[in-house]
Write a protein that binds this ligand. Sequence first.
Ligand code: BTN
Length: 323
Amino acid sequence: MELESKLIQLLADGGFHSGSRLAGQLGVSRTTVWKTLQKLHHLYGVEIHSVKGRGYRLAQSIDLLDERKILENCQSRDRLRGLDIHQSIESTNQWLAELPQAEFSGRVCLAECQTAGRGRRGRRWVSPFGQSLYLSIGWQFNCGAAELSGLSLAAGVAVARVLDQEGVPGVGLKWPNDLLWNDRKLAGLLLEVSGEQGGPSRVVLGLGLNVSLSHSQVEEIDQPWVDLARICEHPPARNLLASRLIDSLLQLFSSFEVQGPESLVESWNRFDVYRGRAVALLLGKERIEGVHRGIDATGALLLETADGLRTFHGGEVSLRRGK
Ligand code: BTN
């Protein structure tokens, strides 16, 4: 294991650790400890406090990702082709997308931080170290992309269900791919599809889920956000959550292949937080106002507008306040 990884493991509890004790544990000099801490800060953005006479500690404790713990709780080992955990990576979606065909389907990639995390509509996904889950899963479907409509919404339902089952109250879905809590963003999904028109299709599904963000590291997030630590007194452990999410998403992929989205409208409706509310849809430069009427069987948005009920496959929904 690299020195940086060993050091972060020693510091993960969030308590103070003296420089000389760390040096002893790692078998290096105190100067090397100090240099490695600098590296952790510059490379991964890890916030480290140094107090004279007490030593070093992380700004907040980190429940580090652990392959053994994740695999231990995974029920879907037969579908899982491999689990890769990175300390720092550009983007877990990107990493999977670049894998050779033979290693792709059923592969899961997780990272402690991303340097170029991708969000929907070309946005950046702010990805500080150890404070969220950045999880991507690759799957090859035999069908073409057109037959995969509804998959990303079904994935949102699967994630919402896992959170609900793990005791996170009040999780809702916002079309097409946001998980909200009290109108604040808790998580987002990004589905990237490539391949021939008639299939097969390579799908990379990426999930960014806020676990315990510190304000100083997420100043750039440009919308109201929330994390599990602010919702729950005892949030589920990151590794356990990762196992449950992997199980549920792999299960979804393998069943979607055979039967398509099973009762998507019904399961989506259970979590849809905007249904019946006055919204505006931004579609390029166009702004369409209406009442949100949920989704159709393909996962398209239904909007009751002045021109009647209309169906939309893309765009960004926002609430019209005071309506
Ligand atoms: C959104 O815009 O709401 C979707 C965000 C998706 C972010 C996740 S984090 C893991 C995976 N890797 C990425 O680069 N993006 C997705």
